[in-house]
Design a protein around this ligand. Structure first.
Ligand code: ADP
Length: 400
């Protein structure tokens, strides 16, 4: 959908290019996040795409069409643009702000009004309450929602977002990010999203381009693969500590093969419980109720207390996870469990199996192996330690 072909920008009066021969593809329907240290050229790159800044060199293609020379006003009607905070016109109502592009396009009043109401609804603002308000009467989060609604005005296929949730408190920010991802699941826009925050990049991006100075790509890939295999020290440092932990957010319990873990119905009797536990390599087993819901963790000493029922000994099961839980949440459940393992239940709370810590270690190692195999298939060598392979720009014949 968007192709940057050796795009460069050197600002007048500066020696170093802000963007130096950047080549990058954004497939239709993808959120590509540009992330990198301050001043590396992210905003400049974004503004080159909608020609708020004219490139010094290279070509920009939309849908295969070279738009490097088309009228920028015409171009911008097909590109929504969301920026941090200052985006709204202060002396226009929310409705007028949202209607900016439809008005430019000469839509009639009733069509504009219907579209404005639809968009306010879409971003979770009741039109009857907010339509006639002014930007200063909104909270930061509400203003940002209006900014998104305005960018979507004429339903452009492409959205550019420059730190859109940057100046908002963490809780509202998290909520806006989630809302936006839900919206995008329906809209399927092609989005280039700029942030300096790696966690936001990991959360929002289908792919992430990690940039160094001059908008040079250090690594561009899915968040999973970047977390599994940062390609050099720069990327490694930028991700910071905890990459493996963050990678656990991308795997879910349902993708694991749950091993056989000893478990017993509460009324099966002590002898049966001992037989099952002794027949396993485990120290602990799970006691289930009559509906197969996990009740207790018990070990051999607990079961040996034959004067007490299996429902009275051992440790209560306090946390369980469902198959759609991430491995990150599963690790959290393990850390909160008295035995360091997480019990998986179905939606009705019935026992499905147990995830042990080794399974998580294996998952992390599998993600690495997959990433390494992927890079190898691209002809990039990656050593055992995060490799030092250079970034290979996508082929311009569309085979990348
Ligand atoms: P980022 O968005 O990654 O923080 P920018 O794209 O804003 O980076 O800036 C990239 C580089 O270009 C920086 O060195 C910045 O100082 C410079 N720059 C940005 N805008 C201008 C401008 N209008 N004139 C001259 N230099 C600029």
């Amino acid at each position: 959908m968007i192709r940057l072909d050796e795009v460069s920008k050197t600002y007048a009066g500066t020696a170093e290019p802000a963007v130096a021969a950047l080549t990058l593809d954004v497939p239709r329907g993808e959120i590509l996040v540009l992330v990198g240290p301050s001043g590396c050229g992210k905003s400049t790159t974004l503004r080159l795409i909608n020609r708020m800044i004219e490139p010094t060199g290279g070509r920009i293609l939309f849908d295969g069409r070279d738009v490097t020379r088309v009228n920028p006003d015409e171009l911008r009607r097909h590109i929504g643009y969301v920026i941090q905070q200052i985006g709204l016109f202060p002396h226009r109502t929310i409705a007028d702000n949202v209607a900016t592009v439809p008005k430019m396009l000469g839509w009639d009043r009733s069509r504009i009004r219907a579209r404005v109401d639809e968009l306010l609804d879409t971003v979770g603002l009741d039109p009857s309450i907010y339509r006639n308000r002014y930007p200063k009467e909104l909270s930061g989060g509400q203003a940002q929602r209006v900014g998104v609604a305005r960018a979507l005005g004429a339903d452009p296929p492409v959205l550019l977002m420059d730190e859109p949730f940057g100046a908002i408190d963490p809780i509202t920010r998290d909520r806006l990010q989630n809302e936006f991802l839900r919206l995008q699941a329906d809209m399927q826009k092609t989005i280039v999203f700029v942030t300096h925050d790696i966690d936001e990049a990991i959360k929002m991006g289908d792919r992430i381009a990690i940039l160094r100075d001059g908008s040079a790509i250090a690594q561009v890939d899915t968040p999973q693969r970047i977390l599994a295999l940062p390609i050099d020290d720069f990327v490694q440092d930028f991700i910071g500590s905890g990459a493996a932990l963050k990678g656990l957010n991308f795997e879910r319990v349902r993708d694991l093969t749950l091993g056989d873990f000893p478990h017993v119905r509460h009324d099966a009797g002590h002898a049966k419980a001992i037989q099952i536990l002794d027949g396993s390599r485990q120290q602990w087993m799970v006691v289930l109720d009559a509906h197969e819901r996990p009740l207790r963790w018990v070990n051999r000493t607990d079961i040996d207390r034959s004067d007490r029922r299996l429902t009275e000994v051992g440790q209560a099961v306090r946390v369980t996870v469902e198959p759609n839980a991430t491995l990150h949440d599963t690790l959290e459940a393990m850390l909160n469990s008295s035995v360091g393992a997480a019990i998986v239940t179905d939606a009705r709370g019935r026992y499905q199996g147990v995830v042990e810590i080794e399974v998580l270690t294996e998952a992390i190692s599998r993600m690495r192996t997959e990433a390494r195999a992927h890079y190898a298939s691209l002809g990039l060598s990656t050593a055992d330690a995060p490799g030092l392979a250079p970034y290979a720009p996508p082929a311009l014949d569309g085979t990348s």
